[in-house]
Design a protein. Structure first.
Length: 155
């Protein structure tokens, strides 16, 4: 399939494994240069190297915690700097820790907010100036199924 992404530059948040990694690989297979990020340096580097080897695409591994506003900005800016542009942002991130409403501490609620909503705002704010400069951009926000229907044991 040709999605017209050859020569485009993408940043995929939380992409060292799972859905984020699969998304990064799919974009790379379509010809995009892809920046990946994750908290574990070894894991994100391995993901980027494997994707580059399998697809022939340019990849960049960035150590970043998407729960941190500064890391969100730094990740997007490094991707744009490495490729000279940023065309695609995928705000894939994890969700809150499992547990009941009553058992969740204030810290757990703050963490859930940071990794399900605040990080999307920080990533998009960082990406928009780059996309506006190029007069082209696509943003894909990945959310949990629990946004549509409750999942037992997940606040």
């Amino acid at each position: 399939m040709d999605l017209g992404l050859k020569g485009r530059a993408a940043a995929v948040a939380a992409s060292s494994r799972g859905l984020g990694r699969a998304t990064a690989r799919a974009l790379a297979a379509e010809g995009a240069s892809v920046a990946l990020c994750g908290r574990d340096e070894g894991r994100v580097r391995e993901a980027a190297e494997t994707i580059a080897r399998e697809t022939g695409a340019r990849t960049l591994a960035v150590v970043a915690d998407v729960a941190s506003p500064a890391d969100c900005r730094a990740f997007v800016d490094r991707a744009a700097s490495a490729w000279g542009r940023l065309d695609i942002l995928v705000t894939n991130t994890g969700g809150p820790r499992p547990g009941s409403f009553e058992a969740a501490s204030e810290e757990e609620w703050e963490f859930a907010y940071r990794v399900t909503l605040a990080n999307v705002v920080h990533l998009v704010r960082a990406a928009l100036p780059h996309m506006r400069q190029n007069r082209w951009g696509r943003i894909v926000n990945v959310a949990s199924l629990s946004a549509r229907q409750p999942v037992e044991g997940l606040v």
